[in-house]
Design a binder for this molecule. Structure first.
Ligand SMILES: Nc1ncnc2c1ncn2[C@@H]1O[C@H](COP(=O)(O)OS(=O)(=O)O)[C@@H](OP(=O)(O)O)[C@H]1O
Ligand SMILES: Nc1ncnc2c1ncn2[C@@H]1O[C@H](COP(=O)(O)OP(=O)(O)O)[C@@H](O)[C@H]1O
Length: 621
């Protein structure tokens, strides 16, 4: 930039060769270093610069020549400033001029090309010319304002003139319209295409922000499941809670630590997007400025940033209070709790805003899917186009009718029931839910046991019927599922392996029923077929953790204890054996008679141990 020898030169106020120093460094002697710490220049307190060495950093370093070195190598050629990928027409024009230096001004890239791609495109153009070489000059532009453009043009003319030092300079005519891909030679077009992939091929960061309990993790997880089911892309999850357990372990919830946490997430996500990957982040990220920094990090890594504002209001999040944190925050036990005692700045730059209040998860997720499809980044099927059940809704707002009221009349026994001599007259026909209202049970009242599997058509009703047949009304039993088509019938294949004296009427009258938080709350004990069911139920009902077990886990836990009834359940809550996959009862549904028989035998075997200690009336076991 000779003759300039300093930043912020008062003699050339419009030259924009500036260095913004923090106040405490102003007026001091400084060393300027590259990102790896190599000293490049010394700066005197008055701003005068002394070069120490050439920069040795970054791609195509060999092409970044100072004017002196460039002249040493290429004096006598014509100099052509290049600030975008060259079209076929422009290359033809240059060809007519003879030997040239293409002086690539790669300060900030262009609106459509990164710096490094601008250099690659210029090299590809040089290859198409008989005698052209490339020199890179990191000359940045300072913005779109008229004054910045004027100053930029002046600085650029000066820099180009310094390189040419009297040799001819041939600027290309200004473009009237932006070139189309077909205007470039194939090799240049390929550089342009790779550098700016179509939205569907670009790295992508899906960033969910919102209050604790708003539904970020739930929606993010459902979306990731869907992406994986789709199978075209892999995903990295950066969930708020998970990040805080590893990447950000030790950070607090002060403003500074939250910012650090979000910047770390942003940095990792940006790196993932740099490689064309897909990252799904779901921290609270309460501050607009930090979210903007993440956007900037991602975009400068070449990725796309897609912001989902999970805008569930604080009243609803507090009503859900999945983790009991709002209650603690209200009691002052958690300081700086977002939405209560720490701010959440609503985004005004969200790509989609979803309030999950009163909506099912698939329905809320569809809003995100629609917005993503419109952006061109990701095309996933809406829930209405998917075969159900896949993203089922474990916590769809519960209609009052879904809990059997305590006063529900017992359905009249059918002819089959009355004709089945094995049916004790006091046994209710198969209920779809425990019939006790949500009130504390008297000590001598039968315990209620809720069996849970996936669709509530096979394993859990089998457990329900087996239990009822074994202990009659000594236990209040019911069954439900985590992913249910409500109203489905009992699976006849596993039904074949029920004890012969189970009344057919129970089977006939059975209809499937989804699990709900109310049902879990009412039950004294919840027994599931698989560990994944426990996980799901505990996730949605964390406070019920102590009474939810897999059937196999329950049997292993209580084996050897002399306790009975409620005391046993309480004890088991504190002494639970781990739920291992070996104890699971695999789903035999639609897998034929063999697996159905195995599941039936295993359930039967476990029930023999699981139930007797739960029965309060000792005469019945
Ligand atoms: N003081 C306070 N404020 C907000 N949240 C708190 C706090 N203390 C603990 N938690 C739990 O931490 C989860 C939020 O962590 P994040 O990393 O997402 O927060 S932040 O983005 O750094 O603000 C958040 O989890 P989610 O419910 O998944 O959002 C809370 O469970
Ligand atoms: N439509 C919905 N979308 C997402 N979550 C919902 C919806 N309806 C109810 N919920 C429930 O709200 C809670 C949201 O919790 P979570 O996803 O962990 O939130 P966050 O990650 O924002 O803290 C879960 O218990 C979830 O089942």
């Amino acid at each position: 930039m000779a003759p300039r020898d300093r930043f912020d030169d008062p003699q050339n106020p419009d030259a924009l060769v500036t260095l913004a120093l923090p106040e405490e460094l102003q007026g001091q002697a400084l060393e300027l270093v590259d990102p790896e710490g190599l000293p490049l220049a010394r700066m005197a307190p008055d701003g005068a610069l002394t070069a120490l060495t050439h920069a040795q950093y970054g791609p195509f370093r060999r092409l970044h020549l100072s004017p002196a070195r460039a002249r040493e190598a290429y004096a006598g050629r014509a100099w052509v400033p290049v600030d975008d990928a060259l079209t076929t027409d422009e290359i033809d024009r240059i060809r007519r001029r003879g030997p040239v230096v293409l002086l690539a001004l790669v300060g900030a890239g262009t609106s459509t090309l990164s710096r490094v791609a601008l250099l690659r495109a210029t090299l590809a153009a040089a290859d198409a010319l008989p005698d052209a070489v490339v020199v890179a000059v990191p000359l940045a532009s300072h913005g779109d304002s008229d004054s910045a453009r004027t100053a930029d043009a002046r600085l650029r003319d000066q820099v180009v003139a310094t390189y040419a030092a009297g040799d001819p300079v041939w600027p290309l005519p200004e473009r009237r319209v932006a070139p189309a891909p077909s205007d470039f030679p194939a090799a240049v077009a390929e550089v342009v295409r790779r550098d700016r992939p179509a939205p569907g091929e670009q790295g992508l960061v899906l960033f969910f922000t919102g209050l604790s309990g708003s539904g970020k993790s739930t929606l993010a997880q459902a979306l990731m499941d869907l992406i994986l089911e789709h199978g075209e892309r892999s995903v990295t999850s950066l969930d708020g809670d998970v990040v805080r357990r590893n990447l950000s372990a030790g950070l607090t919830f002060s403003k500074a630590d939250r910012e650090t946490n979000i910047r770390r997430i942003g940095w990792v996500a940006a790196e993932i997007s740099r490689h064309g990957g897909l990252a799904v982040c779901s921290p609270i990220a309460p501050f607009a400025q930090t979210r903007a920094e993440v956007r900037e990090m991602v975009e400068s890594a070449g990725g796309a940033f897609f912001l989902v504002h999970v805008a569930t209001p604080v009243e609803e999040c507090e009503r859900r209070d999945r983790k009991g944190l709002y209650a603690k925050a209200r009691r002052g036990e958690i300081p700086e709790f977002t939405g209560i005692s720490s701010p959440y700045e609503e985004p005004d730059d969200a790509d989609v805003r979803v309030d999950t209040t009163g909506r099912s998860i698939p329905d809320a997720l569809d809003d995100v899917i629609r917005a993503l499809a419109a952006s061109g980044h990701l095309d996933l099927p809406l829930s209405s186009q998917r075969r159900l059940p896949d993203v089922a809704d474990p916590v769809a707002p519960i209609a009052p009718t879904s809990v059997t009221p305590a006063t529900a009349p017992t359905p009249a026994p059918t002819a089959e029931v009355t004709s089945t001599q094995a049916t004790p007259p006091q046994v209710r026909p198969a209920p779809t839910a425990p019939t006790r209202a949500a009130q504390p049970a008297a000590d001598d009242e039968p315990l209620s046991v809720l069996f849970v599997c996936t669709a509530n058509v096979c394993r859990s009703p089998f457990m329900e019927f087996t239990a009822r047949q074994m202990v009659g009304t000594s236990l209040d039993v019911a069954s439900t599922g985590t992913h249910v088509h409500p109203g489905s019938v009992f699976d006849r294949v596993i039904g074949e392996f029920l004890p012969a004296d189970v009344p057919q009427a129970w089977l006939k009258r059975f209809r499937s029923h989804p699990v709900s938080s109310e049902l879990v709350e009412i039950a004294d004990l919840v027994l599931t077929a698989e560990a994944s069911h426990v996980e799901r139920l505990v996730n949605d009902n964390p406070r019920a953790f102590r009474k939810i077990f897999t059937l196999g886990q329950w049997v292993e836990t209580v084996a050897g204890s002399d306790l009975r009834g409620r005391a046993l359940i309480e004890w088991a809550g504190d002494n639970r054996a781990p739920a291992t996959p070996e104890q699971d009862i695999p789903d035999p549904y639609r897998r034929g008679r063999g697996p159905a028989r195995q599941a039936a035998e295993r359930i039967d075997e476990l029930m023999q141990v699981a139930l007797p200690p739960l029965v309060l009336d000792r005469n019945l076991d």
